[in-house]
Design a protein around this ligand. Structure first.
Ligand SMILES: O=P(O)(O)OC[C@H]1O[C@@H](O)[C@H](O)[C@@H](O)[C@@H]1O
Length: 317
């Protein structure tokens, strides 16, 4: 396994880029992007995008004010990458669990708290484009050896993220995955989520029962839902900031909607107790019965495109 100093040294020669600088925050190295179209911050650990603010706009992605930049620990906020399982490994489908070792496994997979390698970076008038690779293809048995993972980001007027899994092993691979996006909102009570009306969801706070909404989702309590067979576009309408965040996904068939609300917020790490008001997770995913089976030689690209649009003043949720 590659270590943090190696990860940093290997990215230095690539760093002669306009708009990009290296920034050490406590124990972690990040890429600071200051482009005329957007500002962003990306940690090499976890290949985690931590900030995305298009020019002239409010931040689109939320990062906790109590975020800790420590080695081996996921940072609260941004877009953590959950792979090759989502959430509690033991709640994943049998086919995914069969790929995993026995014993305790961390929530949300193996890669969000490990160093990644910057593979390439470039910039142009439209933004900054980069690729990070997970440097390891040897996985704990029985997970097949040779599986490769990388992520491409394009940061400009819009944000594009593509997570690529390539099965270069000789076995069929089963994974679940998520781009665990924490969106910034003016106040969660002024936000609603459109396009998930009539889409069935599993309510993990109600014995994992299936349910369905008849109206746009407004958050008024702890919410932790897995939507199945989701539409291509999901929209967060923020009536106080007069904007819509449009989340287009490709080759994603699930979405996770999460807000811890008051009581769970008190128990979360790196989370100020009132911070639940400023964030709303809408995660681009393939989980539960939408997990992916990849035969040897195949791959899967989970993609999201995030666009910020101003709207005329709109009624509150
Ligand atoms: O604290 P973690 O491991 O980053 O997870 C945060 C949340 O992540 C969400 O995706 C899950 O649906 C929640 O159940 C979980 O609490």
């Amino acid at each position: 396994m590659i270590d943090w100093p190696q990860s940093l040294n290997l990215c230095r020669p690539l760093m002669h880029q306009p708009y990009v600088s290296l920034r050490q925050i406590d124990e972690l190295v990040c890429l600071q992007i200051d482009h005329p179209k957007a500002r962003a911050l990306v940690a090499l650990q976890g290949a985690q995008l931590l900030e995305y603010t298009p020019a002239g706009a409010q931040p689109v992605i939320w990062l906790s004010e109590q975020a800790e930049f420590k080695r081996g620990q996921s940072i609260r906020g941004g877009i953590p990458i959950c792979w090759p399982w989502f959430g509690d490994a033991r709640k994943n489908p049998e086919t995914v669990q069969a790929m995993l070792p026995e014993g305790n496994l961390p929530a949300h997979g193996w890669v969000r708290s490990k160093p990644w390698l910057l593979d390439r970076i470039s910039s142009d008038d439209n933004g900054v484009h980069l690729k990070l690779c997970f440097p390891e293809t040897q996985w704990p048995a029985p997970f097949p050896q040779g599986v490769e993972l990388s992520v491409e980001m394009s940061i400009g007027e819009e944000l594009n993220i593509a997570l690529l899994t390539e099965n270069k092993s000789d076995q069929t691979l089963n994974i679940s995955q998520a781009l665990h996006s924490y969106f910034a909102v003016s106040d969660v009570i002024h936000a609603s989520i459109n396009n998930l009306i009539h889409v069935p969801f599993i309510d993990t706070l109600n014995d994992w029962n299936e349910n369905i909404d008849q109206a746009p989702i407004c958050i008024s309590g702890e919410t932790d839902r897995i939507y199945k067979n989701t539409p291509e576009m999901i929209c967060i309408v923020d009536s106080k900031w007069n904007r819509e965040i449009q989340i287009y996904s490709k080759d994603s068939q699930s979405a996770v909607v999460w807000n811890p609300w008051i009581e769970k917020a008190k128990r979360l790490s790196q989370f100020e107790s009132s911070a639940y008001k400023q964030m709303l997770c809408v995660e681009t995913a393939n989980v539960l019965n939408n997990c992916k089976e990849l035969p040897p030689g195949s791959g899967w690209v989970l993609q999201t495109n995030i666009a910020n649009h101003s709207t005329p003043p709109i009624a509150n949720c």
